[in-house]
Design a protein around this ligand. Structure first.
Ligand SMILES: Cc1ncc(C[n+]2csc(CCOP(=O)(O)OP(=O)(O)O)c2C)c(N)n1
Ligand SMILES: [Mg+2]
Length: 381
């Protein structure tokens, strides 16, 4: 990453792009990604979108308590995930389910989290969309913003001390760059040159706060200067550009040079979560404009133009992904919820007597159901 390796303010036109934003002029598109990988990227972007569509629909039907989509941000998830190794560690935020899917997460395991059933790795102790998958080195997602930035820096430093050839990746949003933890993690990684990728999904909104109202920096990438690390700005709706940028960053971090900050420019095309109505604050022209820049049709135009997919095959892939997700939701909806007694497990290696008593009391109380407080006790069950 020769010229990008020197920390310097990114100019407005410094946004790395490979795919045409609109139209079908693909003659100038250059990359060395094998055909099979391109097709898998396309399928994983489609699957990520299908998961969102089903998740939102189930929530609206009252069958899920909560959902949070990443619609419009699929390219930055899949394009970046493509560049890591299995042994690398992900410190995600809640808007990168595609990273987990790319790394081989079982769809059923993710959907089990949405329902908080007994098949869920977290046994229902996390919010929906807060996945925990150590089997793919995907660390539990924390709701408090920025937590993972510090964790990634610490893990990267630990791997560096142990001489391991691995990197850590933190994903976070534009709003999260205003947290204390962002400063702590970036500063720490910069000082130690810890092999970390700080990947910022700049979707231009932090719930209802636009970027301009939470940060006066010209670009978020400029923040990297203060921590002595290079930064890249990339078109986050262009999957091939994201691959190019992330590859450069990974190569740099892996070679021992230190951390890199990536600002991926995108847009939150959906609500912040199922509890939000963005039509109350996102200008409709802006939303329409970014809908035209949707990363999935953009990649499809290229794949069709390059003769790698036909429109019929795309329709087929859409249907297969939707069916795969629907089947998983149907299965997981039927799976039992954890019993109340599980509240007490997995905390201590050996459960202290006082907890055991409480657990037995709870289980005995009306078959483990919460009962009405008629005793006047200070802490009713
Ligand atoms: C430390 C902290 N402050 C505030 C919140 C409430 N909150 C949850 S999501 C969110 C917006 C985050 O925006 P951004 O970092 O841009 O990520 P995005 O949701 O856009 O992907 C806020 C303010 C929180 N979870 N944690
Ligand atoms: Mg945001």
């Amino acid at each position: 990453m020769s010229d990008t390796a020197t920390p310097s303010p990114a100019a407005d036109d410094d946004v790395l792009t490979v795919l045409p934003a609109s139209g079908d002029d693909h003659a100038s598109v250059e990359h060395d990604i094998p055909e099979d990988d391109l097709l898998r990227m396309h399928r994983m972007m489609t699957l990520t979108r299908a998961l969102d569509e089903r998740g939102m629909r189930y929530q609206r039907q009252g069958r899920l308590g909560f959902y949070l989509p990443s619609t419009g941000e699929e390219a930055l998830q899949i394009g970046s995930a493509y560049c890591y190794r299995d042994a690398d560690w992900m410190f995600p935020h809640y808007r990168v389910p595609g990273v987990a899917l790319w790394r081989g997460a079982e769809l059923d395991q993710m959907v089990a989290n949405l329902f908080g059933n007994i098949d869920d790795n977290g046994i229902g102790r996390q919010m929906p969309v807060h996945y925990t998958m150590s089997e793919i080195n995907f660390v539990s997602i924390s709701s408090p913003l920025g937590t993972q930035v510090v964790q990634a820096a610490g893990a990267a430093r630990a791997m560096q001390i142990k001489g391991e050839d691995r990197i850590a990746v933190a994903y976070f949003g534009d709003g999260s760059t205003s947290t204390n933890d962002f400063h702590t993690g970036m500063n720490f990684a910069g000082v130690w040159r810890a092999p970390t990728i700080f990947f910022c999904n700049n979707n231009q909104w932090a719930i209802s706060t636009p970027l301009s109202e939470q940060c006066a920096a010209r670009h978020l990438a400029d923040k990297a200067i203060g921590y002595g690390m290079p930064a890249l700005r990339v078109d986050g709706n262009d999957v091939l550009a994201v691959v190019k940028a992330t590859r450069q960053a990974v190569e740099y971090a892996r070679s021992g040079e230190g951390p890199v900050f990536i600002e991926a420019m995108s847009y939150r095309m959906g609500p912040h979560s199922s509890s939000d109505d963005p039509t109350r604050y996102q200008p409709s022209e802006e939303r329409d404009e970014w809908t035209r820049r949707d990363p999935i049709p953009r990649f499809r135009r290229y794949l069709v133009g390059a003769g790698l997919l036909t429109e019929d095959e795309i329709t087929q892939i859409d249907a297969e992904c939707a069916e795969q997700v629907a089947a998983s939701f149907k299965r997981n909806e039927q799976v039992d919820k954890p019993g109340l007694e599980s509240m007490f497990t997995d905390v201590y290696r050996e459960m202290p007597e006082i907890l055991r008593e409480q657990q037995q009391f709870l289980v005995a109380a009306e078959g483990g159901k919460v009962r009405e407080d008629t005793s006047g006790a200070e802490f009713p069950l």
